[in-house]
Design a protein around this ligand. Structure first.
Ligand code: G
Ligand code: G
Ligand code: MN
Ligand code: NA
Length: 261
């Protein structure tokens, strides 16, 4: 339909833009970075969420140039935040960028990433690439190789939507990931205070496993202070959600980080 025909030229027409949602340290509440979330400003339909067009972009192959554009814009933005602070006065704000499975199998991923980091003068440790758990289930060595290369360079790899993909937990040791992003469904279980004891046990177990493997735990979808507090007590490291801020323009992130410094 209409979206399918408009999508291939949307990138050239400059119709995509990126919103940023802060990632907050649960221990002290400081803003540590942001996740980049792409949107399409469609001339007829208005702002479309990624759920509406990412599957289409994957299907048509546009996801590779679109993903590269998102990566470059986001890393440039991380550099701009740093410059606006006169260096690293706030501590470097880190940037999380989502990778689709098609980008993982595209041969240019490592080189594109290296070039973008070099062009922008951003160090690899300021970048975290998010890959969904389902994209890595049963991943063979060929699929993992580019992620390993990036991880060796110092780029963080996060396992997104963790807990929804039925992956073998022992399998985690084989993956070059340094962050688990706990799926929103776990956070929803923390809505009541005190939370359901079974939910608490499950999250406690995942955090213990993650930390024993030297992985940091980020929680998504935090909407209330009670959720944040229970997840902090359970040992989660970083949080993201409407309780802190909705995804918004880059200036917003900078203000949030400054207020809190
Ligand atoms: O922003 P929103 O909450 O609507 O995001 C919906 C989904 O779209 C999330 O799962 C997110 O991971 C995905 N998404 C957002 N931006 C990108 C992107 O640049 N690339 C890919 N592959 N997925 C994205
Ligand atoms: O990559 P991922 O699918 O996790 O992208 C995050 C998605 O979750 C985005 O669509 C974002 O708009 C959405 N989101 C972010 N914070 C919250 C929140 O606190 N509650 C809910 N329900 N959705 C959120
Ligand atoms: Mn994500
Ligand atoms: Na997610």
């Amino acid at each position: 339909h209409g979206l399918t025909t408009a999508l291939p030229t949307a990138l050239d027409r400059g119709e995509f833009f990126i919103e940023y949602q802060p990632l907050v340290h649960l221990g002290d509440g400081s803003v540590r970075g942001a996740e980049a979330l792409v949107r399409w400003l469609h001339p007829q339909h208005g702002v479309l969420s990624p759920d509406r067009f990412i599957p289409l972009a994957e299907h048509t192959g546009l996801i590779v140039p679109l993903g590269r554009w998102v990566l470059e814009q986001s890393v440039r933005q991380a550099r701009a935040w740093r410059d606006a602070n006169g260096g690293d006065a706030l501590g470097p704000l880190r940037i999380n960028v989502n990778l689709s499975p098609c980008q993982l199998t595209h041969p240019g991923l490592v080189q594109d990433t290296v070039e973008i980091l070099e062009r922008t003068g951003v160090t690899p440790d300021a970048l975290c690439l998010e890959v969904t758990e389902s994209a890595l289930i049963g991943a063979d060595d060929d699929l993992l190789k580019p992620l390993r290369r990036l991880a060796e360079m110092g780029v963080d790899i996060a396992l997104d939507d963790f807990g929804t993909g039925y992956s073998n937990l022992a399998n985690l040791r084989r993956l070059p990931v340094s962050v688990l992003k706990l799926d929103r469904s776990f956070t929803q279980g923390m809505q009541r205070f005190p939370a359901d004891p079974v939910d608490l046990k499950i999250v406690e177990g995942i955090v213990a496993l993650a930390h024993s493997l030297d992985l940091a735990v980020t929680v998504e979808g935090v909407e209330t202070g009670a959720q944040a507090e229970q997840l902090r007590i359970l040992g989660c490291d970083t949080a993201q959600g409407w309780y802190y801020a909705r995804p918004g323009p880059p200036e917003r992130l900078h203000e949030l980080a400054l207020v809190d410094a």
